[in-house]
Each structure stands twice: as structure tokens, then as C-alpha cells.
Design a protein around this ligand. Structure first.
Ligand code: SF4
Length: 357
């Protein structure tokens, strides 16, 4: 059983993070933030997939100004990601950012940081101290070396140093991330940091890669940490559409039995017994269940010999026969349908379940 690490709670635009709050799923847009229409469209897509916090890059004044219109058109809290420029951080907050991600140490000194903290306080916006292996201060690298699995100290010291800069300004609405592109360094760094602070932690493996490599790396690192009760919000980083990041995030939470969203799809790998085009069928069913919200188990199996038995826990399933498909419920035969009609009949059954009939 997972025992969650106890942390303080911060509230980001109405969404609590930390404490006993559900572990929040977030992602980041990859549109040009100045392009309000494209950014809003992408945020609507990730909202539909269940995303609970959205971060956008704010590289210039125009991007900061666009936040007003973006925030007005979306329903989840908006976080601005800022590098180096304190004026942009203040502008983002003035234009409606409900949280910011900065590295307090690289904003240009205490006076500039003070202006950002004042604006964050005024707008009730928490700050994420986001440290990456690539952004660690030179003196810490010299003292502790580049972060590695057996010694991630530089990452932790950098994060805590930046946290102290905010605390000195009387600011404690903080969450922390210490990202590395190395799976094992990520694990050991967060494990060590969790022992040294009770601020909520944002987990992530940075520059994790494409769909397969990124999903595996993130799932290994974040799976270990979440299983140990570490982590209050997270992003799966993939070189893909952010909707995919959100889907992977919820699958990860589901596989750890932490949170469920929508149906769980079980499908067999197929073998020499398969007599129908199961890959196409499974793909079409997968697309459809992504639009559903009921937390049911759906099975797509290649044969009637083993399929229904293997998937007897499924609420509803389909198994391929010879020119026919068998629809089953809880492992029991429900309907026999010709292969040509199988997909449409099965989707209709799923639709009825979603509508509660
Ligand atoms: S369910 Fe049937 S087709 Fe699929 S892997 Fe098992 S035996 Fe093979």
C-alpha cells in the first residue's frame, strides 16, 4: 500500500497540490504562446484528456500579454514558465498567471526577486522552484559534481538554496522540482529531497524522449517515487502532443491504483489463433474509450478459446472468432456478431454504458 509523504498544501488557481490532495496531472503547451487561438485549442485538448494544471512558456512581453485571453478561454489553472527575466514574471502575473515557474537565483538579484515575490503575493500565485541538472550553479557543481545516481547533492542544494531565497522574502507558497534526464538520478534526487523539506514536489524526468523511450523512462522514475509516496503533481515529458503526456500520466496513476480516469483497456498481443484484424479493432476501441469517463474494464481479445476467460474481470469485451466476433460481459457470452459489424455494434454497447444504460 502506498503511504503518501506528508507535505504542506498550496493552492494553484483553486487546485490544491500537496497534503492529502489528489496527485495533480499537468502538462505544458508546445504552441507559440503569442498565438492565443492555437494555445487555447491545445489546452482544450488536454483539458478533455483530464489535465488539471497547464503551463505555458512566456519568452517575451507579447506572450505575457496573451495570458489574459488564454486564461479567459480555459477552465484549468494557468502557470507561466519564465527564465531569467523578472519583468516577464511580473507581467505574466499581472496578465493572469495563477502560478509561475522560475529559478529565483537567476532573476538578477534580490531586488528583482522581491518584485516578483510581491506580485506573486498580490495575485495569490504559488511559485515552483524548478531546478534542472543543466541549470545548477557553478559553485555547487564544483563542490558536489554533476548530479548522478549515487550523488545527486548538487540538484538538491540548488533547489534548497533557491527555496531559501524565497523564504527570505517571506514567501512559502512553494513547490519544488529537481529534474534530470537520467532516470536513476531523478529517483535518488527526489528521495533525498523528500527527506529535507515538506514543500510539495512536482515530479518529472526532463527531456525524457519520444513516446516509447519517454514513457518508459518517466514511468520507471515516477512509478518508483509515487509508489514510495513521493510526489504531489507531475508531468510526463514526451516529444509528442501534450495530450499523449496526459494519457500516459493517467495510465501511470491507474497502474499504481492511485487514481482512475475513464476505462481501462486490456488487449491481447494476438497469436497464431487470431482470425480477425485485431490490431485495427483494438486501435478503434482505444480511440473510443479515450472519450469515455466511466472507470470500467474493456477487453479486446483475439480468440474465443482464451479471450473471454483471460478477461473475465472485464465489464465488457470482444473476442475474435472465425468471421465473427463474440461480445462478452464479465467473461460470459453476450452477443455473437458478424466481423463486418463487430466494431460498430461494440462501440454502440460502450456508448450505452457511458450513457448509463
Ligand atoms: S486471447 Fe487468444 S488470440 Fe489473444 S493471445 Fe490469448 S490465445 Fe492468442
Amino acid at each position: 500500500m502506498i503511504v503518501r509523504r506528508q507535505t504542506r498544501t498550496i493552492v494553484l488557481g483553486g487546485v490544491p497540490v500537496g497534503g492529502h490532495s489528489p496527485i495533480a496531472v499537468q502538462t505544458m503547451t508546445n504552441t507559440d504562446t503569442r498565438d492565443v487561438e492555437a494555445t487555447v485549442a491545445q489546452i482544450h485538448g488536454v483539458e478533455a484528456a483530464g489535465c488539471e494544471l497547464i503551463r505555458v512558456a512566456v519568452p517575451d512581453e507579447k506572450a505575457a500579454a496573451a495570458l489574459t485571453a488564454i486564461r479567459a478561454a480555459i477552465s484549468i489553472p494557468l502557470i507561466a514558465d519564465i527564465h531569467f527575466d523578472s519583468r516577464l514574471a511580473v507581467a505574466a502575473l499581472e496578465h493572469g498567471a495563477q502560478g509561475i515557474r522560475i529559478n529565483p537565483g537567476n532573476l538578477g538579484g534580490p531586488d528583482k526577486l522581491a518584485r516578483v515575490v510581491a506580485a506573486a503575493k498580490q495575485h495569490g500565485a504559488p511559485i515552483r522552484v524548478g531546478v534542472n541538472s543543466g541549470s545548477i550553479e557553478k559553485d555547487l557543481l564544483k563542490a558536489h559534481g554533476y548530479p548522478r545516481p549515487d550523488n545527486p547533492t548538487a540538484l538538491i542544494e540548488s533547489a534548497l538554496r533557491n527555496v531559501r531565497l524565497l523564504e527570505k522574502q517571506g514567501f512559502t507558497e512553494i513547490k519544488i522540482s529537481i529534474k534530470s534526464s537520467d532516470t536513476l538520478t531523478t529517483v535518488s534526487a527526489y528521495q533525498a529531497l523528500a527527506k529535507q523539506t515538506d514543500y510539495p514536489l512536482h515530479l518529472g524526468v526532463t527531456e525524457a524522449g519520444g513516446l516509447i523511450a519517454g514513457t518508459v523512462k518517466s514511468s520507471v522514475a515516477l512509478g518508483i517515487l509515487l509508489y514510495q509516496g513521493i510526489g504531489d503533481t507531475f508531468r510526463i515529458s514526451l516529444t509528442r502532443d501534450p495530450v499523449e503526456e496526459v494519457r500516459v500520466a493517467f495510465e501511470l496513476l491507474r497502474s499504481l491504483k492511485i487514481r482512475e480516469r475513464g476505462p481501462e483497456l486490456i488487449s491481447c498481443p494476438t497469436c497464431g489463433r487470431t482470425r480477425i484484424d485485431l490490431f485495427s479493432l483494438a486501435e478503434a476501441v482505444e480511440r473510443f474509450v479515450q472519450t469515455m469517463t466511466k472507470p470500467i474494464k474493456v477487453a479486446v481479445m483475439g480468440c474465443v478459446v482464451n479471450g473471454p476467460g483471460e478477461a473475465k474481470e472485464a465489464d465488457i469485451g470482444v473476442a475474435g472468432g472465425n468471421g465473427v466476433g463474440i461480445i462478452f460481459k464479465k467473461g460470459k457470452l453476450y452477443k455473437k456478431v458478424k466481423e463486418e459489424e463487430l466494431l460498430s455494434v461494440f462501440l454502440q454497447e460502450l456508448k450505452l454504458i457511458e450513457e448509463g444504460q
